[in-house]
Design a protein around this ligand. Structure first.
Ligand code: ACO
Length: 323
């Protein structure tokens, strides 16, 4: 049986680090409020002129080096992003050119903060169906470009960055002992789209707009839906929460991460948490966290890993994989 296994991982963070205190220079807020409500201490912001594809290309090169592969070894490039360089073409084609790839196909996936989980699931489908052997899956965002800097309830929460993994077809036995993606679970519900959205877009305002969020509503949906999706993906994969070695959740808010882990009965020492240093980087947050966790020695070959995310749409889901 064909499995899609992660063979390389990498990330990139822009140079500029912004501590919570910076926001107090123009907003009625405090380091204490931001830290206690979200767990965020700092985030990175892209430099002027630095685009989502720039961040993605850095992360992709790091993942390729980690896997020992060249750009032309890749069949497909997928970029999960809600902050593309341009309305079109896809940021993924800009990345393809930037890597010097002369073959394959590239496209974007837009599922906001759930984008990387959606991309992993779709890359898995391409590999299992034999349409691709190696897929470069990138989450990359420049959310600093869509902040309303007068809205203290949102602009303190987000950051810029990129993470990438290389998924490759390998042979498995069809059991939970296999390396690679073991199960996926995706959902969306457009009835909730107004609690987390951007105020503009091509066919409505011909502008990119600013992020708006009903924080309490998002929080409530997040804990409930992430826990349900995680339970379902474990069941689909034929494993239990006790079997899990590592959880790599979307890094939006440490309180959402903590409450969801409690609901699942998973101890926090199994949960990868990077939100303090990165803020919420939307579709980039999971591959960024995976790359940092691997570098720290917290993700090892053979570890059973579950990853979950929710974002605008609402769109959410979970992926079970053996590292
Ligand atoms: N600094 C100081 N005070 C603030 C700030 C700020 N940056 N932002 C809001 N406040 C004030 C509010 O105005 C309010 O004041 P009031 O009582 O006088 O009206 C007070 O703090 C409490 O505000 P709440 O909205 O009740 O604060 P809450 O405890 O709900 O925390 C937060 C807000 C952090 C946004 C929380 O609702 C949350 O984490 N929601 C989840 C949203 C999230 O993380 N989304 C990320 C995108 S989606 C995703 O990735 C899952």
């Amino acid at each position: 049986m064909i499995r899609a296994a992660i063979q390389g991982v990498g990330h990139y963070l822009p140079e500029r680090v912004v501590e919570n205190d910076w926001f107090t220079t123009f907003l009625d807020t405090s380091d204490e409020w931001i830290k206690s409500r979200s767990g965020i201490e700092r985030r990175h912001f892209a430099a002027e002129g630095q685009t989502t594809s720039d961040l993605a290309i850095h992360a992709a090169k790091a993942a390729l080096a980690d896997a020992g592969l060249e750009p032309d070894d890749i069949d497909t490039v997928m970029v999960a992003t809600s902050t593309p360089d341009l309305t079109f073409p896809a940021t993924a084609t800009i990345v393809q050119q930037g890597l010097g790839m002369t073959r394959g196909f590239a496209f974007d996936i837009q599922a906001v903060c759930a984008g990387f989980v959606y991309a992993l699931s779709n890359a898995n489908a391409l590999i299992v169906s034999g349409q691709a052997k190696r897929v470069l899956v990138i989450g990359a965002e420049t959310f600093s470009r869509i902040m309303n800097w007068e809205d203290r309830t949102t602009c303190v929460l987000f950051g810029d960055g990129a993470g990438a993994v290389i998924l490759e077809a390998i042979e498995g036995e069809g059991t939970p002992a296999d390396r690679g993606i073991l199960a996926t679970d995706l959902h969306s519900d457009g009835r909730h789209r107004e609690i987390l959205q951007v105020s503009g877009g091509v066919s409505t305002s011909q502008s990119s707009g600013h992020l708006m969020m009903a924080g309490k509503d998002v929080f409530r949906h997040a804990v409930e839906k992430l826990a349900r999706s995680t339970i379902d993906v474990l069941e689909k994969g034929g494993v239990t929460a006790d079997d899990i070695d590592r959880v790599v959740p979307h890094q939006a808010n440490v309180r959402i991460i903590d409450r969801t882990a409690k609901k699942l009965g998973l101890p926090m020492d199994k949960v990868v948490v990077t939100v303090a240093d990165h803020g919420n980087t939307s579709a980039a947050s999971i591959p960024l966290a995976m790359s940092v966790a691997k570098a720290r020695g917290d993700l090892k070959t053979g570890d059973l890993v579950v990853t979950e995310a929710i974002g605008g749409g609402l769109a959410w889901g979970a992926v079970l994989l053996r590292w």
